[in-house]
Design a protein. Structure first.
Length: 340
């Protein structure tokens, strides 16, 4: 996965705000799409290997590319619809029984592949979340009959300093308008700010690609993110960074006193962008938790020796609440594929 400069990830200065909005959207769209494509290519390659190893009766190399692509796409689709799509795609193989296992059926194979590929769905989810958070800011340009937006669209931008001032103005507008729930704002901002930091002083951007790749690869175990070099496949999956360490660990601490009650999630070996994604997922899970409807949560990302997520809670908590919240946070982290 060679990271090469893309001439499209540039904008000619001076420009106006409307052009900057379009440029930022293009970078987010293009790099998010191509990162998803690299993930899909890796899954497609390893899917072939897994099918040959686990189901030798499958006519993998005689099967049409469209069927293999259909299975790959289905495995990245979450939920019941994804399960159904995988089952439908598997059925295109025809007869899959063999001498060793005459009871082998389509549902068993589909369930096996869905479980085998769950890391890839988590990685795809991380890319989708990143895209959504960044796009939330860029959609403000569509706000009609708003003088602040009209100013942003007309604003001349000739230097990197102008760009940063413009970004700050747009950021404050987004916060003020409460485009999303207040308790989720911090997690959206962290991901957006990390995106903005990938632009160089001439506003070219060749670093967001690497940031996305490093992040989604963290969701994959060594088994899944190590490419078998003897197999041939597409799109330069020869990145030495594929052989990453296993998922980083975390630990939860309680910080109680002087009227405050905080849950500290210390994340080891995370970069700030990965911690920002975890912050988003925690905030989202807590906002949806009906069992804590009487409590108000805020999830912040604290700069420390290791990124530390701070879950601050307002509201009266019983001893059982404390235990339940810790368990809930641990479950949310488990869902996010960061295991301790």
């Amino acid at each position: 996965m060679k990271i090469s400069e893309s001439p499209k990830n540039r904008i000619q200065l001076p420009a106006i705000g409307a052009e900057i909005f379009t440029y930022l959207k293009d970078v987010n769209d293009r790099e998010s799409f191509t990162a998803s494509r690299r993930l899909k290519d890796l899954l497609a390659n390893n899917l072939k290997i897994e099918l040959v190893k686990t189901f030798p009766s499958f006519p993998v190399f005689e099967t049409s590319q469209s069927t293999l692509r259909k299975i790959t796409n289905s495995l990245l689709s979450a939920g019941t619809s994804g399960n159904n799509r995988t089952l439908d795609a598997i059925q295109e193989f025809g007869d899959i029984s063999n001498k060793e296992n005459k009871e082998l059926n389509y549902l068993q194979v589909a369930q096996y592949l869905r479980d085998w590929s769950k890391d890839y769905r988590s990685a795809k989810g991380s890319l989708d979340n990143s895209f959504k958070c960044i796009n939330s800011f860029l959609r403000i340009q569509k706000t009609g009959n708003d003088e602040s937006i009209k100013t942003l669209l007309r604003e001349p931008i000739a230097t990197y300093s102008d760009f940063l001032k413009w970004i700050n103005f747009a950021r404050e507008y987004w916060i003020k308008k409460q485009i999303i729930k207040v308790n989720l704002q911090g997690s959206y901002l962290a991901i957006y700010d990390a995106f903005i930091e990938t632009f160089d002083e001439d506003l070219s951007n060749n670093r967001f690609r690497s940031l996305l790749d490093t992040t989604w690869l963290r969701y994959l175990s060594l088994e899944h993110n190590t490419v078998n070099k003897s197999e041939s496949f597409d799109n330069n999956l020869d990145n030495p960074n594929l052989d990453l360490e296993r998922r980083p660990s975390f630990e939860i601490e309680l910080d109680i006193g002087d009227g405050k009650f905080e849950y500290l999630v210390r994340c080891y070996s995370f970069n700030q962008y990965q911690a920002s994604q975890l912050q988003f997922k925690l905030a989202l899970e807590l906002s949806r938790a009906k069992q804590f409807s009487a409590l108000n949560f805020r999830v912040a990302n604290r700069q420390d020796t290791s990124p530390t997520l701070v879950v601050a809670v307002k509201g009266v908590q019983s001893e059982s609440d404390v235990s339940n919240i810790v368990n809930f946070i641990e479950d949310a982290l488990e869902k996010a594929k960061f295991k301790h």
